[in-house]
Design a binder for this molecule. Structure first.
Ligand SMILES: [Zn+2]
Ligand SMILES: [Zn+2]
Length: 299
């Protein structure tokens, strides 16, 4: 059914742990980097996330990337959109650029063979939230109009809620998805970021808080519409609205919190993608940490 995210196809019973992988030096490097730290799936940018000017990929590089990913069975492939895009922007040049850039993101995600494209809903910047939400919905529809392609699901990501960011609450995300989905030619789902959830006030660090939050996700978004979880520890405290990612175990969610998360029976089939600091071999340590936590009993 159009507008309905299919259950993840990559589920094989094994926990899927991936990283946001650097494409520096060419797309294929993202595959090499992911394999190097023991990841089973990956997320990439297909263009510089802080520039409007889109990267042009040569077809040979794209083919090399697609072949390498296929060969090593890294799935799913997630693309994250650039940070400058604000689909909630008021009519004007920023809105025009945002819609054009988002359109480019969708086209490039299809070109690289991504299963998911993750987008932050947008920032109200002083406008009333309901006005911002309507702009986001119209923006998604306008930006994707007429693009043909299959296998790609658009995912709206929850936010920590700083500075008028829309999508701090599950209810807000649900409204965006439910209103937009019937008008889109691509299925629409959600990506949940653990750091953003925690900073937004969802206490997923405790087992009771996680159980409550997972129940709420089921009631608002539908768990089958959340195929990807950005697995980041949080430098900010509960409800701080601070969007600062920490390595696993180095933040307020902590290793104990992530043990509950990766072992929650309703989350086992998700793709867990790390967007944690990569310095000092951070990704290798975080992949290993999640794997080892997943094998231990919850307690
Ligand atoms: Zn994000
Ligand atoms: Zn994220």
């Amino acid at each position: 059914m159009r507008g309905c995210a299919a259950p993840p196809r990559h589920y094989t019973g094994e926990l899927r742990i991936g990283i946001h992988s650097s494409t520096r030096g060419g797309l294929v490097h993202a595959v090499t980097n992911a394999l190097d730290v023991g990841a089973g799936c990956l997320q990439i940018f297909t263009s510089s996330p802080r520039a409007w000017r889109a990267t042009r990929h040569d077809p040979a590089g794209v083919l090399e990337f697609r072949r390498a990913r296929d060969k090593h069975g890294l799935a799913p492939l997630v693309v994250h959109t650039g940070y400058l895009i604000n689909l909630a922007a008021a009519p004007g040049p920023l809105r025009d650029s945002s819609i054009q850039a988002f359109r480019g993101e969708v086209e490039r995600a299809l070109m690289v063979g991504a299963g998911y494209l993750v987008q932050h809903p947008g920032s109200a910047k002083g406008s009333p939230p309901e006005v911002a939400m309507e702009r986001i919905i119209r923006g998604l529809i306008e930006a994707t109009a007429g693009i043909r392609g299959s296998g790609l699901t658009l995912l709206l990501e929850n936010t920590a809620g700083a500075g008028g960011a829309i999508g701090r609450t599950l209810e807000e995300l649900a409204v965006l998805g439910q209103v937009a989905a019937p008008h889109l030619d691509f299925p629409l789902g959600y990506c949940l970021d653990t750091c953003h959830l925690y900073a937004a006030g969802y206490d997923i660090a405790s087992s009771e808080g996680l159980a409550r939050t997972v129940r709420r996700i089921g009631e608002t978004l539908g768990l089958d519409r959340v195929p990807v979880i950005h697995s980041n520890d949080s430098k900010g405290a509960l409800g701080s609205r601070l969007d600062r990612h920490a390595n696993i175990g180095a933040g307020h969610i902590g290793a104990a919190g992530f043990r509950h998360i990766v072992n929650h029976p309703k989350l086992r089939n998700k793709a867990f993608i790390l967007e944690t600091p990569s310095e000092d071999d951070g990704h290798r340590r975080d992949v290993a940490a999640l794997k080892s936590l997943a094998h231990r009993k919850q307690g």
